[in-house]
Ligand binder design. Structure first.
Ligand SMILES: Cc1cc2nc3c(=O)[nH]c(=O)nc-3n(C[C@H](O)[C@H](O)[C@H](O)COP(=O)(O)OP(=O)(O)OC[C@H]3O[C@@H](n4cnc5c(N)ncnc54)[C@H](O)[C@@H]3O)c2cc1C
Length: 390
């Protein structure tokens, strides 16, 4: 069987953007994964956190931005835009511009010699590729704190929750203070459960809505960007290659700390006054007793105590760790040099293993916080497509 030039693993905005660029250049490739699965699996009632123009699937054809699609459907095009409409937009882009996407999962990628990979699909097929692009977003990267790991079926990470109906009538501990945790607490409440949000820090913070119709001078001094208004955000959005040259320690600090955990403004009314919140509270132990979970809690200024729950929801974020990607063979992962646990990449998104590339959130320590979001595809897809062109 003839080797393929590029195998793309993934089926979200980054993979679709790259595939559309490769197709437009006539570069042969195959792209694998269930289209827009991450966005289609979101629980009902959630909106995007980013603004409409920050969430485009970046394809070479004009007139295909997310705001233009929303306008054609008569939907809100700036904020809040629903997850459902974003998934529908992505599916339409896939069907029109990446029609040859194959829905199979990639189950294993192994090295098959110099600059050659063996890619095994969930249907048992094996293909050989000269280049492999990993674009699987946050899949497999969810982080559950060690203290909760022994709870088995009584703990669920928000990444695995596609509906909250199961929590009707249940007392649920939600752990975390970021957007996912706060949204989860609101969704438990709306499903008829009793959520208790346990937060390590001293407060829960919400974003403010982008003010419409800002004056010209304000827009010049604080330009609108995919990360929100601000000159520094504009630099991060416009010059990702400049971010790449910032000394490593500083770059990692900036990429990790740029946007601290915050919930979107549109969930505030659905949260405040409805959810029990315990601030400055850490879970120190967790065990199951008689179909319930007992959490040992430590709240600043109070002696340790325990509380019982029917279930625990971990809104505890994601770890950008190459070793969590089960479809990459262990030997192959060993050859990928790291920044922290993320891959250390060239300016063209190539890892230290020649022919293996990464796109999406795993590239944020190289190119900046914009790459934690869909917005990074605007730079990544054309750059990598040019690199892969033959
Ligand atoms: C709750 C939540 C809300 C978010 N909201 C926003 C937002 O509003 N705006 C924003 O810009 N970012 C948002 N993000 C961040 C967002 O997840 C990333 O920016 C986004 O995933 C990047 O797109 P992607 O193409 O890299 O990944 P995804 O869109 O996650 O796509 C990855 C795809 O790869 C597929 N896949 C996984 N493993 C395999 C495999 N082995 N073989 C084949 N296919 C595979 C998956 O099924 C999925 O379809 C949010 C994240 C979370 C957790």
């Amino acid at each position: 069987m003839k080797d393929i030039h590029v195998a793309i693993i993934g089926s979200g905005p980054y993979a679709l953007s790259l595939a559309a660029h490769l197709r437009a250049r006539g570069t042969s490739h195959r792209v694998f994964g269930p289209a827009m699965h991450f966005w289609r699996s979101m629980p009902k009632g959630l909106n995007l956190k980013s603004l409409g123009f920050a969430t485009n699937i970046c394809i070479p054809q004009p007139g295909q931005s997310f705001p233009e699609w929303c306008r054609r459907q008569g939907l809100e095009e700036l904020e809040p835009c629903s997850m459902e409409s974003y998934a529908a937009y992505g599916l339409e882009i896939q069907q029109r511009f990446v029609p040859d996407l194959e829905p199979e999962q990639v189950v294993m990628v192994r090295s098959a010699g110099k600059h050659r990979f063996e890619v095994t699909l969930s249907n048992g097929d094996v293909v050989h590729a000269r280049n492999v692009v990993s674009a699987t977003g946050l899949s497999e990267l969810d982080h559950t704190p060690e203290v909760l790991e022994g709870l088995g079926e009584y703990v669920t990470h928000t990444a695995a929750l596609h509906s909250y109906d199961q929590f009707a009538g249940k007392k649920v501990a939600v752990i975390g203070a970021g957007a996912s945790a706060i949204e989860a607490a609101a969704l438990v409440h709306e499903a008829g459960g009793q959520p208790h949000l346990l937060v390590r820090g001293s407060r829960v913070t919400f974003n403010t809505r982008a003010p419409p119709d800002r004056s010209l001078i304000k827009r010049i001094l604080m330009p609108d960007t995919v990360l929100g208004a601000g000159m520094k955000n504009w630099l991060l959005q416009s010059l990702p290659w400049a971010f790449y040259f910032i000394p490593r320690q500083r770059r990692v600090r900036l990429a990790k700390g740029w946007l601290p955990p915050r919930a979107p403004w549109w969930i505030q009314d659905r949260f405040e006054g409805k959810i029990n919140v315990k601030l400055r509270t850490t879970v120190v132990s967790a065990k199951t007793v008689d179909h319930q979970v007992t959490l040992g809690l430590r709240t600043e200024g109070v002696s340790d105590y325990s509380m019982c729950f029917d279930h625990v929801v971990a809104g505890t974020g994601y770890t950008l760790d190459v070793d969590r990607l089960s479809y990459l063979d262990a030997g192959l992962r060993l050859r990928v040099l790291r920044i922290g646990r993320s891959p250390d990449l060239s300016l063209r998104f190539e890892s230290s293993l020649s022919g293996l590339y990464f796109l999406g959130p795993l590239t944020a320590l190289n190119f900046g916080p914009v790459f934690r979001f869909v917005a990074g595809a605007r730079f990544a897809a054309p750059t990598l497509a040019a690199r892969l062109a033959v």
